[in-house]
Design a protein around this ligand. Structure first.
Ligand SMILES: Nc1ncnc2c1ncn2[C@@H]1O[C@H](COP(=O)(O)OP(=O)(O)OP(=O)(O)O)[C@@H](O)[C@H]1O
Ligand SMILES: [Mg+2]
Length: 189
């Protein structure tokens, strides 16, 4: 049993209350101190979105059986093609720093229906310009396609902008939102 398998949108943290505003297709940044509940909240949201997709799919199937939904409309369900990439930034960096293999990884980060980059800023990357330009490229493609993108970070928004450049936060302000939680760590409470 994974730590976040039963995570629910339970209103207990600022980040969960804020994440209720998330709309599929947006790009958002959740910033906050270690332990304020970012990873928990994102898993809770992913569980909820999965249940919503399941329900929509079941309703379409039911409608098709009852002949109120056409074959064409039923086939528009994206249920089977919805791919979620949940990746920690340090693992992402390791996956793409290897030039031979990077294309497959970069494409899956660009085109997945939902991309979560957890803990962006925590990665150790000596050649940070290289990683930042790839992050920028991934975000730019997702912004143009309007695909759901969630970034969590321990960095303040100011530090985030200094590290990854203004282009990402600028796009996200139009495409979704940026939120900085001021809550302290829940660990050990
Ligand atoms: N809404 C919640 N309800 C119950 N427990 C929670 C909730 N949010 C967080 N927790 C618990 O609090 C602890 C810290 O949460 P989490 O791991 O999500 O923090 P984080 O912001 O991702 O921290 P870090 O930046 O260090 O990765 C975990 O043990 C988590 O299970
Ligand atoms: Mg976390």
């Amino acid at each position: 049993m994974g730590k976040y398998d039963n995570a629910e949108m339970n209103d207990q943290t600022e980040v969960i209350r804020k994440l209720k505003d998330f709309i599929e297709g947006q790009g958002i940044i959740l910033s906050g101190k270690y332990g304020c509940g970012k990873t928990y909240a994102i898993h809770a949201l992913l569980h909820k979105l999965r249940r919503d997709r399941q329900k929509k799919h079941d309703d379409l199937m039911e409608g098709y059986k009852n002949k109120t939904v056409s074959w064409d409309d039923m086939n528009k369900s994206t249920f089977y093609s919805y791919e979620v990439e949940f990746i920690k930034a340090n693992e992402m960096y390791r996956n793409i720093k290897n030039f031979d293999k990077q294309d497959g990884y970069v494409d899956s980060y660009k085109y997945a229906a939902m991309l979560v980059i957890d803990d962006l800023g925590a990665e150790y990357c000596p050649d940070s310009g290289f990683f930042q330009s790839i992050i920028d490229e991934i975000i730019d493609v997702r912004y143009e396609l309007g695909r759901s993108t969630i970034i969590s970070t321990n960095l303040s928004i100011v530090d985030f902008r200094n590290r990854y450049g203004g282009r990402i936060t600028d796009r996200i302000k139009e495409w979704g939102w940026v939120y900085e939680s001021k809550e302290d760590s829940l660990r050990g409470k």
